[in-house]
Ligand binder design. Sequence first.
Ligand code: ATP
Ligand code: MG
Length: 362
Amino acid sequence: MSNPSLLILPGDGIGPEVMAEVRKVIDWYGAKRDLAFDVSEDLVGGAAYDAHGTPLHDDTMAKAQEVDAVLLGAVGGPKYDVLDFSVKPERGLLRLRKEMDLYANLRPAQCFDALADFSSLKKDVVAGLDIMIVRELTSGIYFGEPRGIIEEGNERVGINTQRYTESEIDRVARSAFELAMKRDKKLCSMEKANVMESGVLWREVVTEVGKDYPEVELSHMYADAGAMQLCRWPKQFDVIVTDNLFGDLLSDAAAMLTGSLGMLPSASLGAPMANGRPKALYEPVHGSAPDIAGQGKANPIACILSFAMALRYSFDLGDEATRLEQAVEKVLADGARTADLLGEEGVDPVSTSQMGDAIVAA
Ligand code: ATP
Ligand code: MG
């Protein structure tokens, strides 16, 4: 059997810095676990623009289509703000998402005990929290036609259209049920079926897909009530599946239940490939953080946890993923903090590289 293949795209700003720490983890697997990955590395975003005049070279795109998983750092930076929209660094990432047809965006909200004080919520509300939001990423109101600003009488009207086909709902629902099967077998679907036709169809199709997953306990909630419950008692949820717009809001809100941007991983999954696993791109939620780039201050945990998600969802190495997450937990419990995680005075922050070393050691 061939080794699992991984395309690494460090990108811009702190992207290469946090990715260097993931490399240490990957090297550790090769040396200590006899688990070799076929890793190739390429350019994306501003770095690709500087080299090729495009934020994503066709050859890179072709490689991304072939590998088991893509791991991306971050794209963009002030240097590229003047560029034409068509070659902006962000377009590289958008092209990857679009051509790989990554329709399910997975955003975990997980609270490490050592950081529970970071939340704006009471500690017992978030301690031990581990939920996952699945957001539909390629359709819905951000893409629906007609759209635009038109003249009507003597005023202008802004128009967007919420539109979902049965097959679009079906495939993201399946991703969510598959995920629920690997977790606590509990799925909550959120829409606004009380006031939106797309919501009515969403509920119908999700219920229908649920018949293929009789072990999963399925519930439905209006998205506004869901937002409220997410803040009140988030531990009632395991997996939440929702559309593009509601998912955008709910996943940002859920993420911040748990602390710093430097801690949050994500996965974007597409259709199953020949090996049965989905096309996949993993990336930290944070951006290129130009304000701290090049200073050794970036927290590499979001990127390392994104690699843990790749272990679990692309390489079928769930136990290894759990161990890596436990190593992160241990290092935090031992008190190591990058600058973004520092609340109290009198504690010295560790550097990006020291944090990576500590996780590898753990
Ligand atoms: P984008 O538009 O690419 O999302 P952004 O400007 O919205 O970028 P980030 O680049 O993520 O957001 O930065 C937001 C803030 O969070 C910055 O102050 C940055 O320094 C901080 N930050 C982001 N990621 C990290 C990290 N991994 N470690 C430490 N601080 C971070
Ligand atoms: Mg941002």
